[in-house]
Design a binder for this molecule. Structure first.
Ligand code: NAD
Ligand code: MN
Length: 490
């Protein structure tokens, strides 16, 4: 089912596919094979200008005239359209990212559910009214923040696009979405599907392009009211700088170095396979990958050997094979970066228990890799590797576990495995991260707020919390009294 090869993907601006004024059309390569995948247009400044203008026109026009009940219907229809087109979208995403199609299929359901949740949550967009006293009446209005510039990375191109689009559209905002230059295809298809179900032209625009140029231009654009960014912490800092002068609203979902804490009283029959999944899902290219496993000392050796056995059993290979559990990395360049970390880890004294060598042959594959006995101060224990590489470090007791868990600059996610429920709740309060999972490896659920503490960013995705970040609150105060208002007594 060669749905993609050969097609040329334009920019999506003002309700239609367009040739880029930039003239920049690139050949995309499948990372798992090195073969050509399709051609995709990249936006330049003039293209971003057009997209922002279309979003502004829709914000004040067709989208402003689309009441919440109708927006709700459109978001539910878009969820249906995603599922109706899931075979095509899954293949496109899998081939573009190199990701196992079994993973992509799970993500597609999440993608659809995000639109359903926000489509339903529109009903809860309401101001409030409360007495001030005397003759004054107050009520508040919730209004869309405006035109949103949204920037998403290459690791979950479709899912991240839905995390961004769903709350924005629900709130009545319009969007200019910039996918990563390597992975624009499913976002373009999503914009086409939005148009097919009736979302008016200009509400959703998609302008793939390079980060510092096209992305930076979008963030700085005077026609953009709010910026929502997902990507690296370093780039997040740059986005903050660019957005600071005009005081744009921003939300940042950044990197992580998330811990998986395994206590000796845990059910290891669940903890070990879940910990394996928690790092190697998406080949470790996830912001919330539990890339640091912290294990109580008394079970450390047993844990490392069982974990490494299971990691080595994973089916790595052709992303389109339904049996595959881990596909390739996003590119050869990224693989070199990941391997550089592993070499650095060895130099710093970590033991490579399994993996650690890129295979021969085509494709950006890298094996599940386990680094054991890692000193917590070393590079591989502190920096985000963003590949299928885990560090396993022993801890002494609960206090030591919490100290190690919090001893990084990030705070996105943490998983705790323990047979003691009280300890689970205790740790949930002590670990500094946006999400804590107890005896449960999964991370992102439609409707449950997701986001960072510390350098993992601020603001939340998913849930009512995310919707609120696309709304301004306006206070309206009315005099209902009969006495004239004449404060100076004039
Ligand atoms: P990145 O932060 O550079 O890119 C993310 C997105 O931001 C892309 O769409 C990119 O084009 C855009 N961008 C880059 N520079 C920009 C700028 N100056 N202004 C506006 N937009 C800009 O991430 P990357 O280079 O693709 O990956 C590098 C590392 O970032 C990874 O190895 C990983 O550690 C981290 N990362 C994290 C996530 C996440 O989900 N939190 C996703 C991707 C990458
Ligand atoms: Mn970059």
């Amino acid at each position: 089912m060669a749905v993609t090869t050969g097609r040329e993907y334009g920019l999506y601006i003002d309700g239609e596919l367009r040739e880029p004024e930039s003239g920049d059309v690139r050949e995309l390569v499948e990372p798992a094979t090195g073969e050509p995948l399709g051609r995709a247009a990249m936006a330049g400044e003039a293209d971003v200008d057009r997209a922002v203008a279309a979003a502004r026109t829709a914000l004040d026009g067709a989208w402003a005239k689309t009441p919440p009940t109708e927006r709700s219907r459109l978001l539910h229809a878009l969820a249906d359209a995603i599922l109706a087109n899931r075979a095509e979208l899954a293949e496109l995403e899998s081939r573009n990212v190199g990701k196992a199609i079994s993973s992509v299929k799970a993500e597609l359901h999440g993608a659809a559910e995000n639109f359903r949740f926000m489509g339903s949550a529109i009903a809860s967009i309401a101001g409030r009214s409360n007495p001030i006293g005397g003759s004054l009446l107050f009520y508040s209005l919730k209004e869309p923040v405006g035109v949103c510039g949204q920037i998403v990375p290459w690791n979950y191109p479709l899912l991240m696009a839905t995390w961004k689009l769903a709350p924005a559209l629900a709130a009545g905002c319009t969007v200019v979405l910039k996918p990563d230059a390597q992975t624009p295809l499913t976002a373009i298809r999503l914009a086409e599907l939005a148009a097919e179900v009736g979302v008016p032209a200009g509400a959703v625009n998609v302008v793939p392009g390079d980060g510092p140029t096209t992305g930076g231009y979008l963030v700085s654009h005077p026609g953009v009211d709010k910026v929502a960014f997902t990507g690296s912490t370093k780039t997040g800092g740059e986005v903050m700088r660019l957005a600071s002068d005009p005081i744009k609203r921003i939300t940042l979902e950044l990197g992580g170095k998330s811990p998986n804490l395994v206590f000796a009283d845990a059910n290891l029959g669940d903890a070990i396979p879940s910990a394996v999944w928690s790092i190697y899902y998406s080949a470790g290219q996830s912001c919330e990958a539990r890339s640091r496993v912290l294990v109580e000392k008394s079970i450390y050796d047993e844990f490392v050997s069982a974990f490494a056995d299971k990691a080595a059993q994973l089916k790595v290979g052709d992303p389109l094979d339904p049996e595959t559990q881990m596909g390739s990395l996003i590119s050869d360049a990224h693989r070199s970066r990941v391997h550089g970390f592993v070499e650095r880890g060895s130099e710093e004294g970590a033991e490579v228990v399994t993996g650690g060598q890129p295979p021969d042959g085509p494709g950006a594959f890298y094996p599940p890799t386990v680094l054991a006995a890692v000193d917590h101060a070393t590079t591989v224990a502190q920096q985000e590797i963003f590949g299928p590489v885990v560090t396993v470090t022993p801890f002494e007791d609960e206090a030591d576990a919490v100290k190690l868990a919090n001893d990084v600059s990030y705070g996105l996610m943490a998983t705790v495995w323990t047979g003691d429920p009280a300890r689970g709740h205790r740790l949930a309060r002590q670990i500094k991260s946006g999400t804590v999972g107890i005896n449960m490896p999964y991370t992102a659920f439609p409707g449950i707020p997701f986001g960072g503490y510390k350098q993992s960013g601020f603001g939340r995705e998913l849930g009512i919390d995310a919707l609120d970040l696309y709304l301004e609150t306006k206070s309206v105060i009315i005099n209902t009294g009969t006495r004239p208002a004449n404060p100076f007594g004039l």
